[in-house]
Ligand binder design. Structure first.
Ligand code: PLP
Length: 386
């Protein structure tokens, strides 16, 4: 069959395959091939493809109300905000459509707070190799190598320092600094966790200097690391947190959460046509209620252990590097082996995995992936590495 791929702007190197169906950890293409999916839309399909609770929530909401207006309340919007607030360290929520948009909201809020409380301070300290999205401002907030050369002129006000380096943060602070923004685990950088001491010291420092702390949990949130949010494992609470990716279980939804003390938007400061849309918020409610069921996050931790053990055994066998990460956001260093070539081999064997760095493989399966599926993945990975 001939596909008209040329009608699409090429934004990523994509295989010439059209995916047509998905169930749980499995995707099928138009030729009838099946793939074990350990990418899951880049850690988006929290419960795998087309999970019944997500499908049911979307179907039943679609027959009642698809879109009211961001100018009106709707039930799923209110329910999801209440659920998020009840289960986190934050008091208020702004909904958006993508991680980048939630982060833009966080930056705007921090700048407004700076205008009110810090004499117009606006600079935000972010981190080398960090990733916060692809809007013009988020590209500048991100520390992705070579991005600073693109799409000039840049949004001013982002100071980048090395991750896990407290002295660099201290040195970067001046009178115009308003916040420090970071991922508790840098996902796109190749799953690099913040050191426990570093995160605690950053919280202490930001409190002492009257600066805001912003956690970007777009990738690490919603159970991905084995707790509802990664910050809970570190025991460090921020002033602002952003969520995206997994929060909608596959549909475009994101959120910015803030503590009452810092919440300072007034009507007109922030918004968006699809903000709090009932269809996607209904999916978000269904997803969060599933994550909160007794035992769910424990099973993520058990699956994580199983996957970590399997990856370590494979790494030992082939002389690969260490396994990193938490929960079901794990990475394996391939050292001198080409990780992208391994993902291509894996694809040919019916396995979807991702290489965020030339020598790093990343694993982000559905949180309800079975132990058998993990074993099958390890089996195929073994063939791909061989
Ligand atoms: N923040 C983090 C930590 C991410 O990993 C990503 C996407 O990978 C984003 C923000 C951007 O999210 P989106 O692509 O939905 O704009």
């Amino acid at each position: 069959m001939k596909h008209r791929f040329t009608a699409l702007i090429p934004i990523a190197p994509r295989p010439a395959t059209i995916f047509t169906e998905g169930t749980g950890s499995w995707l099928s293409d138009s030729e009838g091939h099946r793939y074990l999916d350990f990418v899951q839309g880049w850690a988006v399909n929290t419960l795998g493809h087309c999970h019944p609770v997500i499908v049911e929530a979307l179907q039943s909401q679609a027959t009642r109300l698809i879109n009211a207006s961001p100018a009106f309340y709707n039930q799923p919007m209110v329910d999801l905000a209440e659920l998020l607030v009840a289960n986190s360290a934050f008091d208020q929520v702004f909904f958006a459509n993508s991680g980048a948009e939630a982060n833009e909201g966080a930056v705007k809020l921090a700048r407004k707070w700076g205008a009110i409380h810090r004499n117009g301070a606006f600079k935000i300290i972010t981190f080398e190799n960090g990733f916060h999205g692809r809007t013009l401002t988020m590209m500048e907030a991100s520390g992705k190598p070579n991005w600073n050369k693109l799409f000039a002129p840049k949004t001013p006000g982002f100071i980048k320092v090395p991750y896990n380096n407290l002295d660099a943060v201290v040195d970067a602070i001046d009178d115009e600094t308003v916040a420090v923004m970071l991922e508790p685990i840098q996902g796109e950088a190749g799953v690099i966790p913040a050191n426990q001491d570093f995160l605690h010291a950053i919280r202490k420092l930001t409190k002492e200097k009257n600066l805001l702390l912003i956690f970007d949990e777009v990738q690490t949130g919603m159970g991905r690391t084995g707790s509802l949010f990664a910050y809970q494992q570190y025991g460090v609470e921020a002033d602002i947190m952003t969520l995206g990716k997994g929060i909608g279980g596959g549909v475009p939804l994101s959120a910015m959460l803030v503590t009452e003390a810092v919440s300072c938007f007034e009507p007109g400061d922030q918004g968006g046509t699809y903000n709090g849309n009932p269809l996607v918020c209904a999916a978000g409610c269904a997803l969060l209620k599933t994550l909160l069921k007794p035992g769910f996050l424990k099973s993520v931790q058990a699956s994580s252990l199983h996957l970590q053990q399997g990856l370590s055994t494979l790494a030992k066998h082939y002389g690969l590097g260490g396994v990193r990460g938490r929960g079901l956001l794990l990475a394996l260093d391939t050292l001198q082996r080409d990780a992208t070539a391994i993902t291509k081999q894996a694809f040919d064997h019916g396995l979807l995995i991702n290489a965020p760095r030339p020598n790093t493989l990343r694993f982000m399966p559905a949180l309800n992936v079975s132990l058998e599926e993990i074993d099958l993945m390890l089996n195929i990975l073994d063939k791909a590495v061989k």
